[in-house]
Design a protein around this ligand. Structure first.
Ligand code: FER
Length: 253
């Protein structure tokens, strides 16, 4: 049996923190690998991230959890993170995953801002990802940033403030917004034709559920699983989230 491991890989001057977990009983030499990413201010040890990791392991997938710029034990300051830096990081993680000799197919899963990243990287790596799983994707970030709102804080979109309070004592800097305003989510949706699983709590107050209804309708091949009344991080029905992931992985594999 292969040993789980924790390690770092470099990307553009920082170290990306990774954890690789294997299934208990892999069915053969090669196995599918799911890359799994947390959300904004999140990390790889959050309850819902661990739950998805364990579910994929139970289904015979290796899982590579990755922490993006300014988050968890990866390098970079939170205030300096932008979606472009996260895109650079995830492309490097995908390149790394492609070098692993035990990997058959690659899957990409991310929660919230990591779900938006999953949609963007899905388009960029559409020939290399068998399926993508954006969980409660924060697909509206570019649109609201262009409109002049971030984290519920309104601003003049043509005169971006130097800083916005992001909660947890963290401060988001202006380049986050400048980058977000330029991101074209519809283009990313149009460029990924493979299977997509979107899971979203209907009571989510951080990323409202209707955004995922719109995203799912625009994808060529998406399934949306609503989690009735649930929150952004699935405080009520995490079991329904993992069962949706489990049946999707069985269906695709
Ligand atoms: C926002 C709403 C939601 C935002 C980020 C999120 C930076 C992301 C939440 C998450 O990843 O959990 O306005 O602005």
């Amino acid at each position: 049996m292969r040993e789980s491991r924790e390690f770092f890989i470099p990307d553009d001057g920082i170290q990306i923190h990774l954890k690789l977990n294997f299934p208990q009983n892999p069915s053969g030499e090669k196995m599918p690998l799911m890359i799994l990413v947390h959300g904004f201010t999140g990390d790889m040890e959050e309850t819902h991230i661990r739950a998805v990791q364990r579910t994929a392991n139970e289904e015979g997938f290796a899982v590579l959890r990755a922490e993006m710029y300014g988050h968890g034990k990866s390098g970079g300051a939170f205030g300096d993170h932008t979606l472009m830096k996260w895109i650079s990081n995830i492309l490097t993680v995908i390149d790394y995953a492609r070098t692993l000799d035990f990997v058959s197919d690659l899957y990409l899963c991310g929660h919230s801002q990591g779900g938006l990243l999953t949609m963007l990287a899905g388009a960029m790596e559409r020939d290399r990802l068998k399926a993508i799983l954006p969980l409660s994707p924060a697909s509206m970030i570019p649109e609201i940033a262009r409109h002049g709102e971030i984290l519920g804080v309104p601003f003049d979109p043509d005169h971006i403030p130097a800083e916005v309070e992001a909660g947890k004592g963290l401060t988001l800097r202006e380049n986050y917004i400048r980058v977000a305003q330029l991101i074209d989510v519809d283009l990313a949706i149009a460029r990924y034709k493979g299977p997509v699983l979107i899971v979203h709590g209907t009571g989510d107050e951080s990323v409202p559920f209707h955004y995922s209804e719109e995203v799912a309708a625009k994808y060529a091949n998406a399934k949306l699983v609503p989690i009735p009344g649930d929150t952004h991080c699935y405080d009520l029905h995490l079991d329904q989230v993992t069962e949706a992931v489990r049946s999707f992985l069985r269906e695709i594999r």
